[in-house]
Design a protein around this ligand. Sequence first.
Ligand SMILES: NC(=O)c1ccc[n+]([C@@H]2O[C@H](COP(=O)([O-])OP(=O)(O)OC[C@H]3O[C@@H](n4cnc5c(N)ncnc54)[C@H](OP(=O)(O)O)[C@@H]3O)[C@@H](O)[C@H]2O)c1
Length: 336
Amino acid sequence: MENTQFRLAARPVGLPKDSDWQMTKEPVRELADGEVLVKTRYLSLDPAMRGWMNDAKSYIRPVGIGEVMRAGGLGEVVASRSPRFAVGDQLGGGFGVQQYWIGAADDRHAGLHKIDTRLAPPTTWLNTLGMPGMTAYFGLLEVGQPKAGETVVVSGAAGAVGQTVGQLAKQLGCRVIGIAGGKEKCDFVVDELGFDACIDYKGGDVRAGLKEHCPNGVDVYFDNVGGDILDLVLTRINLKARIVVCGAISQYNNTTAVKGPANYLSLLVNRARMEGMVVFDYADRYHVAVAALGKWLQEGKIKSREDVVQGIEKFPQALTMLFEGKNFGKLVLQVA
Ligand SMILES: NC(=O)c1ccc[n+]([C@@H]2O[C@H](COP(=O)([O-])OP(=O)(O)OC[C@H]3O[C@@H](n4cnc5c(N)ncnc54)[C@H](OP(=O)(O)O)[C@@H]3O)[C@@H](O)[C@H]2O)c1
């Protein structure tokens, strides 16, 4: 059996290029005691992957040159020499960008865990019930701490994290304003996901949109993009507002320094706070979020939208979709 893999060939400058990757093929080796062989079915493509390609200190070590690219995914156990998992089990884990993952069933870094595909389709396990959903749940509830009646603004609103943040805030009785690129995405978050309004930052004026749709100011801003949009929202925040620093995708491919918020004194004036969050800190409570989000999904109260690209060979081009806004919903690569 042959395993197709994508390895990091060079540290990218700006947007990753095809030449930053090397596609390799190697035979799948025999299993040792305690190991399992997982056939990858779906891989999660995440903006964070761009950060993992940099040789810089972060919350996780960078991917080394020549290493298989790190990626979370879903797969099926096709051979097992471990009592933990049987052939046919559907697993989530850190399988990397490759067709087969082989390793110890209790590998701490891979974090293999069974998923129940009767509760939700596999791609939903990479979205609302996966890492983006966990980010939305804990980022909004624990860091944003919204209360019914408050105004919540979320950028990247049609994306993986943003779609769940907004729907969750609606469930809590908040007024929810999304910010997204393009009319189609904005229509989707309002008409399909039930946001109160959405500001098209590509086709409209964000400052005017915030003024129009947040007449009582902004209590919680869930920031997925950073840059100019963060700066504009800062001018509209209320006393004791909470800004969740989830991500800053507008800055990830910068070849110059990250642009920080010029309007940060608004935090002082409004006795407000900005707080970063990393989803992995909540790993021991993911089951709580999965139970809550799974129930709302089953009741039809929230929706999960994924954008599936077929074929592992499309990995380099698919990853760049995130930075060009070409994904519509959670970006997933179907491997098998
Ligand atoms: N802190 C954590 O633990 C954690 C965990 C997961 C994700 N995150 C962060 O959350 C954010 C969203 O991630 P996701 O997985 O949900 O991705 P996503 O929103 O599904 O996809 C990325 C989206 O970002 C938008 N975008 C791209 N370039 C932009 C720019 N220059 N300005 C404004 N928007 C831009 C695009 O949407 P438009 O078409 O609307 O522009 C694109 O579709 C990222 O910053 C990511 O790093 C953080």
